[in-house]
Every structure is written in structure tokens, then in C-alpha cells.
Design a protein around this ligand. Structure first.
Ligand code: ZN
Length: 78
């Protein structure tokens, strides 16, 4: 079966974003907001592994094309 990209057209995209949001552990509000990010896609990759038939490399490329160069930027920009 052909693997799919986790993009906005994917039915699980919002679920994925919610999981990523949790994985980055956002806390605080407005100016005092903090989160965890290691400036790579380790959280994205970990979460994407749980979905079947997802092309992880193609998905990371899609994120980067849309300004998501690390886990938190995926949340901000994608
Ligand atoms: Zn980041």
C-alpha cells in the first residue's frame, strides 16, 4: 500500500497536532509561555510512528516546506 503524508488533508492531522502539542508540554500563558523542543523532529517522528502507512520522511519534508523546521515550529507554522 502506498504510504501517505501527514498533511492537512489527512484525517488524522488534527489528532497528530494535538499529540504533538502535548509532547512539547506547553505551559504558562501569553508572554510567559514555555515549551520543550530539541530543535529537531524527534517528537513528530515518535508520534508519526504510531500511525499506519505514514511516510515519515515525506511528512518531515512537507513540514519543512511549510516552515516547520522543528517540533514547535510545526505547531506554529503548519
Ligand atoms: Zn522548536
Amino acid at each position: 500500500m502506498k504510504k501517505k503524508v501527514m498533511d492537512k488533508r489527512n484525517k488524522d492531522f488534527l489528532k497528530f497536532i494535538e499529540e504533538l502539542d502535548k509532547a512539547c508540554n506547553f505551559r504558562g500563558e501569553s508572554k510567559d509561555i514555555t515549551w520543550e523542543c530539541d530543535h529537531d523532529h524527534r517528537r513528530c517522528r515518535e508520534i508519526l510512528l504510531k500511525y499506519e502507512n505514514i511516510d515519515i520522511e515525506a511528512t518531515i519534508k512537507y513540514f519543512e516546506k511549510n516552515g516547520g523546521y522543528c517540533d514547535c515550529e510545526v505547531l506554529f507554522n503548519c
